[in-house]
Ligand binder design. Structure first.
Ligand SMILES: *Cc1c(COP(=O)(O)O)cnc(C)c1O
Length: 450
């Protein structure tokens, strides 16, 4: 394991962090290192390192997803010739002299300064994710929730309002309803997919429109073009939590969405062994959010980011299997006599299937379904009978997971609230991992026969 800090003037083996940025706009030291480039494949030439620049003739930039997963964001030649990104455990980064410091604070030398503002492991993962999301930049956080809170705390002031579609991650809702309200921010929830209601809820104080796509746990897919258009027409920014979609299956900024958020804990990390969050968008729009992260300190750690980088290498391969397993298991469930209803955007029966088919390249591994004529106990018996999926919250990892939302995330919710959020007693949520689809189906078949 390498901890040696890379020397700033050795450009031949500069890590991603040392590359100049086209978006550098401040000489304030806390920010001068907070840049990351999405380009990076091939990552070598600092002069042409910008995703905005078309590749020179005969110099085709590889755009295959797995090629990006493996190489984007990383320097071709790293310290000591290491093929993997060394883990930089440094809390602070040294300067050789006062001149060295001056070059840095004046913005001539792009390098690291202090761990809360950035780290080489963070830079390379941010650049990789930005490349996959077709965005100029990405900002990493300690968790998905930290990313949501980081964005909202930067964007909103007392008196501002936000509007969001009501099917959403319960802690996001809780933060808005219970905590943003303490700072005088008003949250307006409207029915998911009701675009007219969303537009009517906008007024001159509205600062942000928020939705997930697909939503959790009902897997409703939002028409991103419509959503972005409402934002643009009203001069309000838009945020999509695309955790369930992933950049492999969907790229919201291609439709005009301003900010894309992922809980990297889920598919991006993919191994149920880390927590992280990421926000993607334009360099200009992310700049104040990055500054705020330097103050809030809701960052990830170098070891954690190394795991995320490693997980991302196989991202497309994992998603291909998870998309395949998701669709196969959903079709199996839909045809099963004990199953009442299946929520999966890849099924023709899903109310938002048409939008999903138009805007997504795959539908992911998450499936929600309800059992016919089953109370909560009979439903729990099916969950308990499954032998392959483990009982746990979360989703997106290589291990399949299964849970009953009623007892897992909504146990302390009142029956009225559960009804409002569409959480039924006979509901099961399964996250398909990368196991073989035949095994998952055979296992569910035996579990459904108890
Ligand atoms: C898990 C999740 C989050 C929160 O992410 P953490 O990494 O657990 O903080 C936010 N949104 C969605 C859709 C999620 O599934």
């Amino acid at each position: 394991m390498q901890t040696k800090h890379h020397s700033g003037d050795d450009t031949s083996s500069a890590p991603a962090s040392s590359r100049p940025s086209t978006s550098q706009s401040s000489s304030f030291s806390a920010d001068s290192d907070s840049v990351s480039l999405p380009d990076s494949f091939p990552p070598a030439d600092p002069q042409s390192a910008s995703s905005a620049q078309p590749p020179a003739a005969g110099d085709r930039r590889p755009t295959g997803r797995s090629t990006q997963c493996v190489h984007a964001g990383e320097a071709r030649q790293k310290d000591s010739g290491s093929i993997t990104t060394p883990i930089y455990t440094a809390a602070t980064f040294t300067f050789e002299s006062t001149d060295d410091v001056l070059r840095f604070v004046e913005g001539q030398d792009l390098r690291e300064e202090y761990g809360r503002y950035g780290n080489p492991n963070e830079k390379s993962v941010e650049a990789k994710i930005a490349a996959l999301e077709n965005c100029e930049q990405a900002i990493l956080y300690g968790s998905g929730m930290a990313a949501i809170v980081g964005l909202l705390m930067t964007k909103l002031s007392s008196g501002d309002e936000i509007v969001f579609f009501d099917q959403c991650y319960h802690r996001s809702r809780e933060f808005c309803a219970k905590h943003l309200s303490r700072f005088g921010v008003v949250t307006r929830q409207v029915t998911t997919g009701d675009y007219d209601a969303m537009e009517s809820a906008i007024n001159e104080r509205t600062k942000l429109l928020v939705s997930e796509s697909p939503t959790n746990p009902h897997l409703s897919v939002i028409d991103l073009e419509k959503f972005a258009a409402i934002g643009k027409a009203n001069e309000v920014e838009t945020l999509i939590d695309a955790t369930l979609a992933t950049p492999i299956n969907m790229n919201p900024t291609d439709y005009g969405i301003d900010y894309v958020l992922h809980s990297a804990t889920k598919y991006l990390g993919g191994h149920n062994d880390l927590l992280a969050g990421v926000l993607c968008g334009s360099a200009e729009q992310l700049e104040p959010i990055r500054k705020m992260r330097g103050i809030l300190g809701n960052i990830s750690t170098p070891h954690n980011l190394y795991l995320l980088e490693r997980g991302l290498k196989t991202f497309e391969l994992r998603m291909q299997r998870q998309n395949e397993n998701g669709l196969r298991v959903a079709r199996f469930l839909e045809a099963h006599p004990r199953v009442q209803r299946v929520y999966y955007p890849g099924l023709e029966s899903h109310p938002t299937h048409e939008i999903a088919a138009a805007q997504m390249r795959g539908f992911g591994g998450l499936i929600t379904f309800t059992l016919r004529d089953a109370d909560w106990k009979q439903t729990a018996r099916v969950v308990d009978a499954a032998r392959i999926p483990r009982i746990a919250p979360s989703l997106g990892g290589v291990e399949s997971l299964i849970e009953q939302p009623l007892v897992m995330s909504y146990y302390h919710c009142s029956p009225e609230d559960r009804q409002r959020f569409g959480i039924e007693d006979n509901m099961i949520r399964m996250s398909c991992g990368i196991e073989n689809g035949d095994d998952l189906i055979a296992d569910l078949d035996q579990a459904l026969s108890v």
